[in-house]
Design a binder for this molecule. Structure first.
Ligand SMILES: [Zn+2]
Length: 319
């Protein structure tokens, strides 16, 4: 092991320790907000209409429970380890370092003629020195390939991949709902504390802290939520978005129309992501079960074209 490799591992260990502490911080913040709600906020609402109050409390309990479940699953369910044993058995004769392309994007960029490239579905990871299934990427933090990898999240101390991506997006959605609700109900105490609104009674300081936590979380996850929903509806990961963006530019220069073969339509992408099948669309809200599928096979818009990342419109190959 050389100096660079040692430094890389030291950095990884420090990063993981930091990530572990961040996960702890999130649990402490969730516990604190729950405690303030039941100790201070709820008693202050006892004068309200009882039916509305029951509805409001049930809503909060549901959101809080969902946040805890989805955060825990996002942090502790692995993104997707590559089942090398399975691959060896299934694809024994198909996969070898010599046979697969190093990287589909490199292959396409280097390609001079514009006939459809006959890419294998599998590529080779030079870091792991093992075969890499389609949509799988090498994670330099955990030093392994992750199925349908999206990104490594320090707040979760985990890599988001095929098996935990839906928990991650559900976590963002519930966090957005929960923080919006808390920010609205603690806005007045916050304004009183700043002397913007006057009131005779003193404000409980914990309400001000809850407001600050909620607003900070909303600011932090707002853009990320929109971005992740865009990726969900277009059936891309963050990594694939950048690859597709590059390929799109190359295709445009060559007068070719680009398409992402995994994008099978907004509705189908949504159903596939949350394993909905014939269930109602809103069933995604309690899609807390194990992610279905193996992370190796994905439906495509054209199964005859055997490309892992992209495909070109054959009719438009006019250069
Ligand atoms: Zn790898």
């Amino acid at each position: 092991m050389n100096y660079t490799e040692i430094m890389s591992y030291v950095f990884t260990i420090l990063f993981r320790v930091f990530g572990f502490l961040l996960v702890l911080v999130v649990y402490i913040l969730i516990a604190f907000v729950g405690w303030v709600y039941f100790k201070t906020i709820l008693p202050s609402k006892f004068h309200q209409n009882p039916f509305l109050l029951v509805f409001e409390v049930a809503f909060f309990i549901w959101i809080l429970t969902a946040i805890i479940i989805t955060f825990t699953k996002s942090a502790f369910v692995r993104g997707g380890a590559v089942p090398y044993d399975l691959l060896e058995n299934e694809e024994k004769n198909e996969i070898s370092k010599e046979k697969v392309n190093t990287d589909p994007i490199t292959t396409i960029i280097n390609q001079d003629n514009l006939e459809l490239p006959s890419l294998s579905n599998y590529t080779w990871c030079s870091h792991c020195n093992k075969v890499k299934p389609p949509r799988c990427h090498h994670d330099s933090i955990t030093h392994q390939c992750v199925l349908r990898m999206d990104h490594f999240c320090p707040w979760l101390n985990n890599t988001i991949g095929y098996f935990n991506h839906k928990f991650f997006i559900l976590f963002l959605i519930y966090l957005f709902l929960g923080c919006s609700y808390l920010a609205i109900i603690t806005l007045k105490p916050f304004l009183i504390d700043l002397n913007i609104v006057s009131e005779d009674n003193d404000v409980d300081g914990t309400l001000v802290i809850v407001f600050i936590i909620s607003i900070s979380s909303l600011a932090g996850v707002g853009f990320l939520s929109v971005w992740q929903l865009y990726l969900l509806f277009t059936n891309q990961t963050t990594i694939e978005f950048y690859i597709n963006h590059t390929l799109k530019s190359i295709a445009k220069q060559r007068g070719i129309k680009f398409r992402n073969i995994f994008n099978i339509g907004k509705k189908e992408n949504f159903k596939q992501f949350f394993d909905l099948h014939d269930k109602y669309w809103f069933a995604f809200l309690w899609s807390f079960g194990k992610k279905e599928g193996d992370g190796l096979h994905f439906p495509t818009i054209d199964t005859e074209i055997d490309l892992p990342i992209i495909s070109f419109e054959e009719d438009n190959l006019n250069i």
